[in-house]
Write a protein that binds this ligand. Structure first.
Ligand code: FES
Length: 147
């Protein structure tokens, strides 16, 4: 067997093995499965709060204007002017966990880039419906999310 014949056979064999895997990967690239976590694309169902809960805003991402966290199925953001926002954290398209873009004051889906206003209204799809908005109250550095 010549070198050329060897590489021709190995190359063909690798293509035979890898092609179905590539096709399978393409077919599932738009599914809701995602191993990312915490606001970077996760679609793992997050338990939604069933009662009011509090968050300490003196530490962590909410201690800084523009920061955000996801807790109990709710994304809580602190705008660049210090106002707190709270909306459901799952994209209404495929359930992916949203992020917060403080420069535009919008909630953004990392999967297909749907965008929502600060109150959860869809700005651009494919998300088909609005997010649920939650009211918050601040006492000192304790933020209460009213469910
Ligand atoms: S999962 Fe498609 S836009 Fe959010």
């Amino acid at each position: 067997m010549t070198r050329k014949e060897f590489f021709a056979r190995v190359g063909f064999g690798a293509a035979t093995v890898l092609l179905p895997a590539c096709i399978a990967g393409l077919a599932t690239s738009c599914s809701s499965d995602d191993s990312n976590t915490g606001g970077s694309g996760s679609s793992t169902p997050t338990p939604t709060a069933s009662s009011n809960f509090t968050v300490d805003t003196s530490t962590g991402p909410l201690a800084t204007n523009g920061g955000f966290i996801v807790m109990k199925g709710i994304i809580i953001a602190r705008t660049t002017t210090g106002t707190f926002l709270a909306v459901s954290s799952s994209c209404t398209h495929e359930g992916v966990t949203l992020g917060y873009d403080n420069s535009g004051n919008v909630f953004v889906c990392p999967r297909h880039n749907s965008q929502f206003t600060s109150t959860g209204t869809v700005i651009s799809g494919p998300a088909p419906s609005n997010l649920k908005q939650y009211q918050t109250t601040l006492s000192g550095t304790t933020l209460t999310v009213i469910v």
